[in-house]
Design a protein around this ligand. Structure first.
Ligand SMILES: Nc1ncnc2c1ncn2[C@@H]1O[C@H](COP(=O)(O)OP(=O)(O)OP(=O)(O)O)[C@@H](O)[C@H]1O
Ligand SMILES: [Mg+2]
Length: 223
């Protein structure tokens, strides 16, 4: 059975004045142990597609299946807590929590014992290049790139099998970006995760096992 699969997946934003068809009839599947890039112009539907895979939005047509079950039929909060970690384009860090508290938060939800949660948070923060003295800072006391790395550490500390990352290197210098790409590749190829990233960086995209291009809501399979 495929891990994660989109079948005739469509999504339209609807408001009083207009309907935007952001994702149109997408079919594709994702496996454990592989890395995927989604590229495409601004406004082409990448974030919307990722939100559907994450169960943050429900399809207006078709389905997203995780292990054969549609996101329409599942508890999507539990799906994200236990299976799919999301790294948001705008980080979504909790402003009232420090860097390390942000990373510990999802582990608390998973009922990981406090000392272990602390240890895992420290390890992940260090792996993405956050220094000890930055652990206790609040998001607004960190640079954009540092916030982005804390968001990555938070997503990875949970140890989920699916990683959905929206522009995870968007605010990073080349060195930090490469470090993050290395971490994501190891997660797939050594730990067996499915890693799906949206990126504008074609150099990063070319390092992924499969590349999809989103064009005006339609997903094109490269090669
Ligand atoms: N809440 C919303 N209401 C109406 N339209 C929306 C909403 N959010 C996004 N859209 C529209 O849906 C389309 C796809 O947006 P989406 O955010 O998925 O693009 P994207 O590929 O992630 O772009 P970017 O590279 O700039 O992040 C765009 O035309 C956008 O204007
Ligand atoms: Mg986007």
């Amino acid at each position: 059975m495929e891990l994660l699969k989109a079948v005739n997946l469509s999504f339209s934003y609807q408001n009083k004045y207009q309907t935007v068809h952001a994702v149109k009839q997408v079919n594709c599947s994702f496996e454990l142990g592989r890395t995927y890039a989604i590229v495409g112009k601004s406004g082409s539907g990448k974030t919307t597609f990722l939100s559907l895979l994450a169960g943050l939005e429900l399809p207006t047509g078709g389905d997203v299946f995780f292990e054969g079950r549609s996101t329409r039929e599942m508890d999507c909060d539990a799906y994200r807590r236990d299976h799919a970690a999301v790294i948001y384009q705008s980080y979504n860090l909790f402003p009232m929590l420090t860097a390390i508290e942000n990373v510990i938060y999802p582990l608390k939800l998973k009922k990981v014992p406090k000392a272990e949660a602390m240890e895992r948070a420290r390890t992940q923060l260090t792996a993405v290049g956050i220094k000890e003295e930055e652990f206790a800072r609040f998001p607004l006391q960190l640079s954009g790139g540092q916030q982005q790395r804390v968001a990555i550490a938070r997503a990875l500390a949970a140890g989920n099998q699916i990683i959905l990352a929206d522009e995870p290197t968007g605010n990073l210098d080349i060195g930090s970006g490469e470090q993050v790409v290395d971490i994501l590749m190891r997660l797939a190829h050594e730990d067996g995760c499915a890693v799906i990233i949206v990126t504008h960086d074609l150099d990063i995209a070319s390092q992924m096992d499969e590349v999809f291009t989103m064009r005006d809501g339609v997903l094109l399979h490269d090669e």
